[in-house]
Design a protein around this ligand. Sequence first.
Ligand code: PLP
Length: 386
Amino acid sequence: MKHSDILLHLGEENENHSKAGSPPIYQTSNFLFDNVGDMRKALEKEDEIPFYTRGSNPTVKILQQKIAALEKTEASLVFSSGSAAVATSIIGNVNAGDHILCVSKPYSWTYKLLHELLPRFSVETTFSSGKNTINFLGQVKPNTKIIYLESPNSWTFEMQDLEAISSFAKENRIITIVDNSYASPLNQSPSDFGIDIIVHSATKYLGGHSDLVAGVACGSDEMMKKLFRSEFMTLGGIISPNDAWLMIRSLRTLPLRMKHIGESALRVVDFLEDSPKVKKIYYPFSRSFPQKDIADKYLSGPSGLFTIDLNTNNTERIEAFCNQLKVFHLACSWGSYESIAFPAITTVSSLNYDNPDIKTERVRLSVGLDDPDLLIEDLTNALDAI
Ligand SMILES: *Cc1c(COP(=O)(O)O)cnc(C)c1O
């Protein structure tokens, strides 16, 4: 199926909705039944037949079909945040006494879940660099139930060989999960390489407009049904019908946004790579990216997020650089229409940022839909302030 078919038409069934050109928002918690038999039938298939909106809702259903098709999986679940999608997918696949192998430096709240929360329930995690597959898989134990990946991660963009890891995991009956937020479903398809569960912070590229917080998990029908029946319904981190509708609208322009963002980012990175005021650049499509072969194998196109280490340790100069940025806004998220700068210096004193790799001279930049000439001019001015 072409992306345009998925994003513009799949699941919308206009004829069932008074031929509405844009799908309706089913702003309802409850669905009504004519008789006990119908009600019983709906309850038997709560993930398919609208019964109560914590389980199923027709607006959300349209979105679920599109997301599953984008990730080339049988099914998907949609959540109120990326963190809810991550937590539900992980908790749904472990019991007390189990072990998880996770890449080092995962997203901060994923780290919190694995490092702090799950040990309270006797689930232990080993964090290990995923760059060298053999060393990484050497950390697997007899009780390992999940291998959790982020490829690339969202600060320094280390990647993993998804195919090699998933084939080992399948032989050893270990579930693989990958956070695919960075690449978006358009630039990387982990299901082609045998990954079991693909999660996204849909707040980033899928939403793309800084107006909603959401997450998705994609996988086999069997896995999504299993998660639905227990953790999804119990933890209840569901998306509202209104936010689901916003995401359906955002998705229509996902390919256009990704194309513009990727092309702009390549130009901006090219400019920064030549600047003596930038010590290091982290970006899978930069000239200096150390895992070029893995990036070539897995990423079909560039994203807009990259990180720079400024060529100074002087905090005043680092702050002057950040404060001088006018087109890039200072903010934390990424993947949106607006361009964003996130100075690592702001996280150093934060209790919630456990990332051991954070350096004061580090600034993460998310290229949005701004004209790349303006972004380069903005960075030129800000680098002059160092
Ligand atoms: C933002 C983010 C998350 C968490 O998503 P929320 O929507 O903020 O809950 C998970 N993984 C990555 C890589 C992220 O950038």
